[in-house]
Design a protein around this ligand. Structure first.
Ligand code: PLP
Length: 502
């Protein structure tokens, strides 16, 4: 019986959701098969063969659900090879009020991502959706916490282990460590540039005492750390032997987890499915807003998706002109919204795939051109690579840019008018959102971090320290656990090998 069931499940009778590469040359995979991986073998990114649709009746039924049950409904459509009862246990463990207890005093933590109306004037309604109440005070917890539980679940089933290896300049590394701490079968080796992170971010990561977490402070800059990660990724032998994996923003499960809060934001801001909302998303690697695009493709009534960038305006340039031009690291600005300081947007290929009507061969050609010539142009001008920029509007995309002075002014303005302290990334979002307000369509700005993480700019804007959720008062004084290492790949390999016992 067991064998027959297995055969049936594998046959086309029960195909389930399949995933394939944006570059069209990788074998189809299931959700669990791509869960622990990164790029597809052909260099592309995984996407489902089609986006599952959400009906009007479903959307109505979802209005009453808790966040955890809503996450279950969305996840069920994508993770078709995991039993629903298991998914339910995972979403309830992940989206529990005590995990998101860093909510402000006037927010309801049990909402997980509570909404707050900032202004409701003639120009339109401006709403903030709090996504940063998790353990590391940034929206990355929303997806990374689910990933931690999914990884542990999957590894236990396969009786396998995973060693996560990555580099961070702050937010990603801490979100990954807090999601993976104490998880069976998982170790985390995280490189960060020695003495280059803020005191708060350093304390967040280095104060973790869990034996499966290894902080490695590299004597160099973030690029040195990234180069070391790349060097290890290119050593297939080492990667296989030591079961090395990553948790970067191209991970498909992370994107799916982010789809959920667009549904939640929409349902909380509306009373009927005839209404529309727009979202403004502080963007870097295009992971967060890509999830919004997917929610819209599933049928969620989203009007506009507005990508907000800082001085590193690769995405704003594309959405204004149709030209995608990645920057060299030397051209990347170090700004006061550092988690948006990117030179190229690693998830952008997923959107371009849909923009090109899912033509994998053209995606392959264009992203090859990104590698060899630094970009492509879809403006339709003579000599350009295509004219699909004219289709961007049909996907609802708009954009805007915010610079340091805008952030400072916006933080001050929102604090003075509404008594709400926002962080620098969210301020970029609010600045750009205000340029795209439409009467009758609520504009939801995704709050991607809490201000405590970026105290220096809060001081500049407000002349006082950022508020801290309780429990973080003395985080800098806690004992720290980390190893310092020169920027040397062989040394880090020896370190990993010494701790995996493989
Ligand atoms: C990661 C991050 C972003 C950018 O999100 P992407 O998914 O990379 O576009 C924005 N704000 C904060 C605070 C972040 O940590």
């Amino acid at each position: 019986m067991g064998l027959i069931m297995t055969l049936l499940e594998k046959s086309s009778l029960f195909p389930g959701m399949q995933y394939f590469s944006t570059r069209g040359r990788a074998a189809a995979q299931s959700f669990s098969q791509i869960l622990l991986g990164g790029l597809a073998p052909d260099g592309g990114l995984y996407l489902p063969t089609e986006y599952p649709k959400v009906s009007d009746a479903e959307l109505n039924a979802w209005r009453k659900l808790s966040y955890a049950d809503l996450a279950l409904e969305v996840l069920k459509k994508f993770a078709t090879d995991i039993p629903v009862s298991d998914l339910k246990a995972l979403t309830h463990k992940t989206y529990a009020a005590d995990v998101y207890r860093n909510a402000r005093k006037d927010e309801d933590a049990s909402q997980i991502t509570p909404l707050r109306v900032l202004e409701d004037g003639q120009k339109g309604k401006l709403v903030l959706q709090a996504l940063s109440n998790g353990p590391t005070l940034a929206f990355k917890d929303m997806a990374m916490q689910l990933l931690g539980n999914l990884f542990e679940y999957t590894l236990a089933k396969q009786n396998a282990e995973l060693n996560i290896f990555g580099a961070t300049s702050g937010d990603t590394g801490s979100a990954a460590e807090y999601a993976m701490r104490g998880k069976k079968g998982i170790r985390v080796f995280m490189l960060s540039p020695h003495k280059k992170m803020s005191a708060f971010q350093t304390a967040q990561m280095f104060s973790l005492q869990d034996p499966n977490i290894f902080n490695i402070a590299v004597e160099g800059v973030f690029d040195d750390c990234q180069d070391m990660v790349k060097a290890v990724s290119n050593d297939l032998d080492f990667k296989t032997r030591h079961k090395i994996g990553t948790v970067n923003s191209i991970n498909w499960a992370r994107v799916v987890a982010q789809v959920v809060y667009y549904f939640r934001g929409y349902l909380a801001a509306t009373t009927s499915n005839d209404q529309k909302v727009s979202f403004t998303v502080p963007s870097g690697n295009f992971g967060n807003i890509c999830a919004g695009h997917i929610a819209r493709m599933m049928g969620l009534p989203i009007d506009k998706l507005v990508a907000a960038t800082n001085e590193n305006d690769v995405l704003d340039e594309f959405f204004r002109t149709g030209s995608y031009r990645v920057r060299k690291s030397a051209e990347t600005y170090h700004t006061s919204s550092p988690s948006m300081d990117i030179s190229k947007a690693s998830n952008f290929e997923r959107f371009v795939f849909d923009l090109l009507d899912r033509d994998a061969e053209r995606v392959r050609t264009l992203f090859h051109k990104v590698e060899t010539q630094g970009g492509f142009d879809l403006s339709g001008k003579p000599g350009s690579d295509g004219d699909e920029f004219k289709r961007v509007a049909q996907f609802g995309f708009l954009s805007g840019k915010s610079v340091h002075a805008d952030r400072v002014n916006t933080i001050k303005d929102i604090y003075e008018k509404y008594g709400v302290m926002i962080d620098t990334h969210t301020a970029d979002g609010v600045k750009v959102a205000r340029e795209h307000l439409t009467p009758g369509v609520p504009m939801i700005v995704l709050e991607t971090a809490l201000p405590a993480k970026f105290n220096e700019t809060i001081r500049e804007a407000l002349g006082c320290d950022a508020e801290r959720p309780s429990g973080f008062e003395n985080i800098e004084a806690l004992p720290q656990r980390f190893d310092v290492m020169p920027a040397n790949v062989d040394l880090v390999k020896t370190f990993i090998a010494g701790h995996t016992g493989l």
